[in-house]
Design a protein around this ligand. Structure first.
Ligand SMILES: [Zn+2]
Ligand SMILES: [Zn+2]
Length: 353
């Protein structure tokens, strides 16, 4: 086994620092995973920057959320189980896996009901504990390692974040997706993933909204029913026309005040808006709309372990075709993150040690 080599966040806004040392030792129920692919995600940029924008000049500092540095980024991890701690259960050495990163405390009500992703004491890999911009990563339990035999590890890695995030959000609409179109705000990488997953889930189709013409064209080429310019003066009317009188399911992957307001303007009776994006801002909503419409606005944060298992199964059956990725060496970690920051990345970059 070669030495550990990881790219560590030591200062917000500073370059990731290369650290080398002995290969970490799995203790107790932990397993050691040799990384075969680590996706570079927009959330990594938020962590690197150190805050989320709440609008009106308000920010959530990640330091206040308990993110302590130094920390190795990388929460979209594929790898091979190479060593198990003395009490690890169900760890099969040599298995190719994708790692579920959204780990909680394991004992609270959310965790006990299987929703570790919304635990208040999150221990997420690559966010609160060392992640996959490394040769090796420690995973707290083998149950977080999902067998991806037959799948390309670098292509499967983004399932742990963009995949499970869009899948979990779409699931919140329930079986309605089979009979009605979903309006998807944002036709970038996450929107493209949502479109594919909606198809794999047996969804009727998507009406994509984006202000960028190239992204709208790409969405139609990828199978969207229609693409609408969100900056058009009559965007709300166009969405209402395309949905036969108003959008009942709106997936907001942008999460800006402007996109939620557009969704509200295009809403009808029984509309459900699921917000996933973290662009920022704040909105005003008339309270009587909630009962009268009735209207629902809810958020969705990544997804739970069972949902990652389900989406990996969808990929294994071939119903979900994985999105091609750009592979870059681990030593490009800084450059890859800065390229993402500067808008120079098309599709997903996956670091391959
Ligand atoms: Zn918990
Ligand atoms: Zn992510």
């Amino acid at each position: 086994m070669s030495a550990q080599r990881c790219y560590c966040l030591t200062n917000h806004h500073g370059p990731l620092e290369l650290r080398e040392g002995p290969v970490p030792e799995p203790m107790d129920g932990e397993v050691l995973v040799r990384v075969t692919g680590a996706g570079v995600c927009h959330s990594d940029l938020h962590i690197w920057e150190g805050f989320y924008d709440l609008g009106g000049g308000k920010k959530i500092s990640l330091k206040d959320r308990g993110i302590a540095l130094p920390m190795t980024l990388g929460h979209e991890i594929a790898g091979e189980i190479v060593k198990a701690g003395p009490n690890a259960k169900g760890a099969k050495l040599g298995t190719s896996v994708v790692v579920y990163p959204w780990i909680g405390c394991g004992t609270c009500a959310a965790c006990k009901s299987g929703d570790e992703n919304i635990c208040l004491k999150a221990r997420s890999i690559g966010v609160f504990r060392d992640g996959g911009y490394a040769r090796y990563v420690i995973v707290p339990d083998a149950k977080y390692c999902i067998d991806i035999a037959g799948l390309d590890p670098a292509e499967a890695a983004p399932l742990a974040c963009s995949g499970v995030t869009t899948y979990s959000a779409l699931k919140k609409f329930g079986p309605r997706i089979q009979h009605e179109p979903v309006v998807i705000m944002g036709a970038g990488g996450l929107g493209h993933m949502a479109l594919k997953i909606l198809g794999a889930m047996g969804g009727q189709g998507a009406i994509m909204v984006d202000i960028d013409k190239a992204k709208r064209d790409a969405a139609v080429a990828a199978g969207a029913l229609k693409a609408i310019d969100g900056s058009a003066d009559d965007a709300a009317k166009q969405i209402m026309d395309a949905t036969g009188g108003g959008a009942r399911m709106i997936l907001d992957l942008v999460g800006a005040a402007s996109t939620v307001n557009l969704g509200l303007a295009a809403a009808t009776r029984g509309t459900e808006i699921v917000v996933v994006g973290l662009y920022g801002g704040e909105i005003n909503v008339s309270v009587p709309l909630f009962p009268l419409r009735p209207l629902a606005i809810r958020g969705s944060y990544v997804g739970n372990l069972a949902e990652l298992v389900e989406i990996v199964a969808l990929a294994k059956t071939g119903k979900l075709k994985l999105v091609p990725v750009t592979r870059r060496p681990l030593d490009d970690a800084n450059a890859a993150l800065m390229d993402l920051k500067n808008g120079r990345v098309v599709g997903r970059v996956v670091l391959v040690p």
